[in-house]
Design a protein around this ligand. Structure first.
Ligand SMILES: *Cc1c(COP(=O)(O)O)cnc(C)c1O
Length: 379
């Protein structure tokens, strides 16, 4: 695909939306089209299949369902749609995104257990199992693959195995790993995973999707309907019957996502993961050189988000450092831990290790500009 001109390139180190290629940017520029035309429906069919193939799902057994909204819509849809009458949700919670799932349960009045673990530790599987044993009414287990607030990687395969052993459906928020860290939906014991186009796929905001087990969706047709707009079976059924989204789709984002998928297959799962890993390692090298400490043990990080602790230096100001970098085309992001002041550098998007080296030149200048002592100090 040819692009008419090159767009100013920003390196986004926030946890999504991510840096995109110009070809993905310009894929949004298409002749006006009514999304109810068969031509558009055909595009969505291929897109839905690709989304299943990314997690190596068998197309008979698994399907994907698209929604217009940001990633949180997927968590909302899964929880409110997949809980049968009389069932309970277990949220295995060690961070901000699983806490969001707990809040969704509260808003819908869903019976749930908020099984909390420290944000810098992996969940204790024995406690998870005991909870399942003690509560045979748990029908749905939910957790987050990579807690984007800290960057910790959760043992989803093991949690999924436990969920299945105790006859519960397993939904995983894979928004910050999907299309980056390889996932195998079957082997990882996932019934439903989810993401949105602006993260691992490196496209734009507005399109979110759930990939999951077709027969469980069909079974959920008889479950209580708790939302009109956000019901999984309703949207699935509409797609199956008409090939269309029930309500207006994010047309331009869908065009750009289709281009992003072409680029995904061209790069390849392993090569893409290797590139994210290079970026992640370069982030660690840069932070190590400046003396920054991170929150999560290195071996427990998902390889996509680094959460660094604010130094104890009176001259440190996240806002000032952020603004200095932002003006020079690099976006850094605050943390999401209530107990520790942190900032995050993320390895998603169409960037490579050279971008990180360029970033650290600017970041070091920013620290010098603010008179922060290097290496940075901790008390
Ligand atoms: C980004 C993200 C979401 C979605 O957040 P939105 O602000 O709704 O896009 C959900 N879960 C995780 C783990 C995420 O990283």
């Amino acid at each position: 695909m040819k692009v008419p001109y090159s767009v100013k390139r920003n390196v986004l180190l926030n946890p999504g939306p991510s840096t995109t290629t110009d070809t993905v940017k310009f894929a949004q520029i298409v002749p006006d089209i009514c999304p109810r035309e068969a031509e558009f429906g055909g595009l969505m069919k291929g897109l839905r299949e690709d989304l299943v193939k990314i997690v190596h799902g068998d197309l008979e057994k698994y399907t994907s369902v698209l929604f217009c909204g940001s990633g949180t819509i997927n968590i909302d849809v899964c929880l409110n749609s997949l809980l049968p009458e009389g069932g309970k949700v277990l949220v295995v919670n060690n961070g901000a995104y699983s806490t969001r799932a707990v809040e969704i349960c509260s808003y819908y009045g869903l019976p749930h257990i908020d099984l909390q673990f420290p944000v810098d530790q992996r969940p204790d599987l024995e406690v998870v199992e005991q909870t399942l044993k003690d509560n045979p009414d748990i029908a749905l287990v939910h957790t987050t693959h990579n807690e984007t607030g800290t960057g910790i990687l959760n043992p989803i395969r093991e949690i999924g195995e436990l969920a299945h052993r105790y006859n519960a459906v397993f939904t995983v928020d894979t928004t910050s790993t999907y299309a980056m860290r390889p996932i195998d939906i079957e082997k990882d014991n996932i019934d439903f995973c989810m993401a949105s186009a602006q993260k691992g796929l490196m496209a734009f905001t507005g399109l979110s999707f759930i990939v999951g087990n077709r027969s469980i969706i069909e079974q959920s047709a008889g479950y209580p309907k708790r939302s009109y707009y956000c019901n999984l079976y309703m949207q699935y059924d509409f797609f199956e019957r008409t090939g269309e989204m029930h309500f207006t789709p994010p047309v331009q984002t869908i065009y750009s996502t289709i281009q992003a998928l072409k680029e995904y297959w061209a790069e390849g799962e392993q090569a893409k993961w290797a590139r994210h890993t290079r970026v992640f390692n370069a982030i660690h090298e840069g932070l190590d050189e400046l003396g920054f400490k991170d929150v999560i043990k290195r071996e427990e990080q998902a390889g996509l988000v680094v959460s660094a602790i604010y130094p104890d230096d009176p001259n440190w100001s996240f806002e000032k450092v952020h603004d200095y970098c932002y003006e020079r085309g690099f976006t850094i992001y605050p943390g999401k831990i209530s107990t520790t002041n942190t900032f995050r550098l993320c390895a998603l998007g169409a960037i490579d290790e050279q971008d990180i080296r360029d970033f650290f030149e600017v970041f070091r200048e920013a620290l010098e500009h603010c008179s922060v002592k290097i290496p940075v100090q901790y008390n």
